[in-house]
Design a protein around this ligand. Sequence first.
Ligand SMILES: [Zn+2]
Length: 374
Amino acid sequence: MEPEGRRRVAENPDCSQQSAKETETPESPACSGNCSDTGPAGVREEGMLMRELEALVQDVVKTSSWWEQYGLDCFIIALNFLALPLGFLCLRSQSILVFALGIIILGVVHHTFTVKGSHLASHGALSKSKPWSRFWVLFFVEVCTSFTAEQGTHGHVKLHHGYTNVVGLGDSSTWKLPILNRYVYMFLAPFMIPIITPLVALGLLRKEEPRVVLRTLCLMSLGLFSHYWLLIKVSGFQSSGFALLCMFVSRGLLAHPYLHVNIFQHIGLPMFSLDKKPQRIHMMSLGVLNLPRNPILDWTFGHSIISCHVEHHLFPRLSDNMCLKVKPVVSQFLRRNQLPYNEDSYLSRFGLFLSRYEELMVQAPPITDIVGLQ
Ligand SMILES: [Zn+2]
């Protein structure tokens, strides 16, 4: 008779019918018929696998220059700073094309600061120096994104990374809005992100001590007011309403891919319960998905969010460029050890979420029970 645990794994639809393509390894060994063989020895083997992978990645990091580890990503962010004056000056033009170019430049810069900058800063992946890391977190998260640094870092680094796909902790459920239907969520809801983000931040401030509340309110106001002031003084806007509309459009330029990517990467993959979550290497190889490279999203969101999300979840302190550099090592290692390496295209994920919206975004996710690997 089959052990109870093995039946539970075999019956779980997320193990046998994952929507993403697990290249070369259609089924994880964690979900295959060998689950009952992974007792304490299996747990030891899991730890050894992670240590082996860490050693391989560490070898790549040790032989990488400062430019590769930090410089290239800082250079990309610096280029965005340099593009800011051009973006504001383009908005002075009477030409529709030049004006549209200004909106695109400001939108790209805004998303590079708020997604790539905030994300790398919250992981301390922009600098080795702690004071500089702290400065960049406050600048990118509070000034540029209008969000609270403490809550943002806690939610992303501690919960989402520490408990990836663990139901109730790092399961991406903050992105679910069951009250909305699929078309409203996928097509219209992203437009509201520039307005909802500071409102959510203000709500979260109730949990913070007065010193943090005061600092965050000052830095959020600085970011929003300086954007408005530059539109009036540099771009020459006469109407405050038009300046606010321009802020809304440029801050929402890439809100659609931002929302979509955040649900595509984890939802629909195996979810775990806290008491039976698998070891780290299985948690990340089963529960994280990479999208293909895309020049605009690589620039604005960064490799760690687009094509190297698996690598980022395994090694969250690596910069975008380093995630890209270790990608061949990580992908080959996972495949060689018959672990999943989830990859799928943006369009395929988009179609999946539209067609199975109710199951993926409204109903509670089924929990994958991987016996022997907790
Ligand atoms: Zn992250």
